[in-house]
Design a protein around this ligand. Structure first.
Ligand code: GLY
Ligand code: MN
Ligand code: MN
Length: 444
């Protein structure tokens, strides 16, 4: 075996069919990762240290591991996809920055069981780091740097709890939390992640397009159960070039759709019911996020069609507002979606108060999208005016409970229509435009 090609992840040298020349993940160049680290260092105060832990493998039981997925901030800054790695960014008193990558060392025994590792020399050569050291030196390296700096940015979530999946959450909490001037590293990184580069947009375009085509194929076929439909979608995402599901899918027949995060996906599908699907694939780590609702038997009832058109019109009107020119924020867009939904319901004879509306439209219009499905989970991002190349979902939904407050013919109907939108100056770009949603298209 050619030793040069032994890496712990797909790179151009070992998987040229997956990763572009000069890239570390399918479409993102090594130089782009270097620029991201420089940009992050620029946001840091002088004399500070930022710690970005990669994820650890998670286990259901001692020998049963879940598929590994890298921490999005760590992936964004390094492109390094092996577990138990860590990035340290140190900025000294004179504003000079250095990056240190800690990775699992090469180990013949471990690699025989768990697969190849890139190792220290491989990481230096391929990933553009001068300083790469063994992850076994994490504690002493951080201890040494922490004693020098006056401020630490650590990978804590905005609620200030240490992320439990992070590699260093078991190693370092006491040391990091003893630092009085401690700030959230994720929040810092998310300021960069909110605006997508052209190559990030290309990843999102591929994820959106392929996921959309798979939905269309699914809509033309008959499935007897939620399980069959879910497995068809997951298989087709991967079989058509996506890495895996962006998130665990919702495949909800009939009134299972009233449970927003219904993931049992184990019931039979009935001809007279709708099926609400929230599923998508990801590419190069970048997530699509699509919901569609269609009639299992191929034809919408009058009541289903009435509600479908209310939601579809809300989806379309909201998409037109995803521009810089609209001057809106995500929160503004949500308020707008409530107004449109309320008016559309009134047009079919359903007058309701805003409070009543919120019982049947209980979630936000959307969220940021990127390496995470719920990308950039900080409220600043939702309250600031839209900026170009921000990517958000638009996903109005209505869910009518079995409750005498609502007309009988609507009870048990749950419909959501979700698209992925790139904010433009005066035109939005719909990444999931290819995915059918017109009444004529979702009826077989
Ligand atoms: N698939 C999760 C969401 O739509 O927010
Ligand atoms: Mn979503
Ligand atoms: Mn979704």
């Amino acid at each position: 075996m050619n030793l040069v090609k032994r890496f712990g992840q797909a790179l151009h040298k070992n998987r040229p069919h997956l990763v572009g020349n000069g890239c570390l993940t399918p479409l993102i160049a090594r130089t782009e990762f270097e620029t991201r680290r420089s940009n992050l260092l620029r946001l840091m105060k002088p004399n500070s240290l930022a710690i970005f832990g990669g994820n650890r493998i998670q286990y259901a039981s001692p020998s049963v591991f879940y598929p590994f997925r890298q921490d999005p901030n760590f992936q964004y800054l390094t492109g390094f996809l092996e577990p138990e790695s860590c990035l340290l960014l140190h900025k000294d008193v004179n504003d000079k920055g250095e990056a240190i990558l800690l990775v699992p060392e090469k180990n013949e025994f471990a690699e025989k069981w768990e697969g190849e590792r890139t190792g220290i020399e491989g990481a230096k050569q391929e990933f553009g780091f001068e300083n790469v050291i063994s992850n076994e030196k994490l504690r002493e390296t951080v201890q040494n740097l922490i004693s020098k700096v006056s401020k630490v940015y650590a990978d804590i979530d905005p609620k200030t709890t240490m992320r439990q999946t992070s590699f260093y959450s078991h190693e370092l909490p006491k040391m990091v939390f003893s630092k009085l001037d401690l700030q959230c590293a994720s929040t810092l990184c998310m300021q960069l992640r909110i605006i997508k580069s052209e190559s990030e947009l290309d990843c999102l375009r591929i994820a959106g397009e392929i996921s959309s085509e798979v939905y269309n194929m699914a809509m033309t076929q008959e499935f007897k159960s939620e399980t069959q439909l879910q497995s068809y979608l997951s298989f087709m995402f991967r079989n058509n070039g996506l890495e895996d599901d962006s998130y665990y899918p919702v495949v909800a027949g009939g009134d299972h759709a009233l449970t927003i995060h219904y993931v049992r996906n184990d019931d039979l599908l009935k001809n007279e019911d709708l099926v609400l699907v929230d599923a998508a694939g990801r590419y190069g780590g970048y997530c699509a996020d699509i919901s569609r609702t269609w009639p299992v038997g191929g034809k919408l009832s009058e009541a289903q069609k009435d509600i479908y058109e209310v939601v579809l019109d809300t989806n379309k009107q909201c998409i037109t507002k995803c521009t810089v020119k609209s001057g809106m924020s995500l929160y503004d867009l949500h308020s707008f979606s409530e107004q449109v939904m309320k008016q559309n319901l009134a047009n079919i004879g359903l007058d309701m108060t805003m409070n009543e509306l919120r019982t049947i439209y209980p979630h936000m219009i959307g969220h940021q999208l990127g390496l995470d499905v719920h990308d950039i989970d900080i409220s600043d991002a939702s309250s600031s005016e839209f900026v170009s190349n921000q990517v958000i979902t638009v996903e109005p939904g209505l869910y009518f409970p079995h409750d005498s407050r609502f007309p009988k013919r609507f009870r048990g109907i749950g419909i959501r229509i979700e698209d992925d939108i790139v904010v433009g100056e005066d035109m939005p770009e719909n990444l999931t435009e290819a995915c059918w949603k017109e009444v004529a298209d979702v009826q077989r």
